[in-house]
Write a protein that binds this ligand. Structure first.
Ligand code: ZN
Length: 155
């Protein structure tokens, strides 16, 4: 039986039902994929190849802007990510002051764990860029520190 990651790489697929609660580990992860028999349609898994880049938006305020600047500049210098402006007002869908770090998928495994360990109490909003703007900023997004509400009415 193919692994879930191998299936995800192979292109859009459909998971099927039959994955009962007792087949989840204590963290809620699926231990087995596609227990047979196949009974009904569930949810599509999108291939990794559709992710063109990532944005990590670092959130801060007047009190934490210096920490945020240090974090962003260090990430820029360490990984070569593109660092945007240090906004001192909410911009786009973001509810807080923010700075954008943009990077390709090849940097994900370096940048994201580094942010997890070095975000210094700041909230990090991380999302992929697949071309589906609404999904990228909502269901595809990941948060570090806290989850906040975005203004998605602009999309
Ligand atoms: Zn973004």
């Amino acid at each position: 039986m193919a692994s879930i990651s191998a299936l995800a790489r192979s292109g859009p697929i459909t998971l099927v039902s039959g994955c009962e609660v007792d087949k989840l580990n204590p963290c809620g992860h699926l231990l087995k994929l596609f227990p047979l028999p196949v009974t009904r349609l569930a949810r599509k898994i999108e291939p990794m190849a559709t992710i063109e880049s990532y944005h990590a938006h670092i959130y801060y305020d007047a009190e934490t802007i210096d920490r945020a600047r240090t974090l962003c500049e260090t990430a820029r210098d360490k990984f070569g990510v593109d660092m945007g402006r240090m906004h001192e007002k909410p911009v786009g869908p973001h509810p807080c002051w923010s700075c954008q770090l943009a990077f390709g998928p090849e940097l994900f495994a370096g940048v994201v764990p580094w942010l997890a360990l070095n975000r210094d109490g700041l909230v990090v909003y991380l999302h992929p860029e697949t071309g589906n703007v609404m999904a990228d900023h909502t269901e595809h997004a990941m948060w570090m520190g806290a989850k906040m509400e975005l203004d998605t009415s602009i999309f």
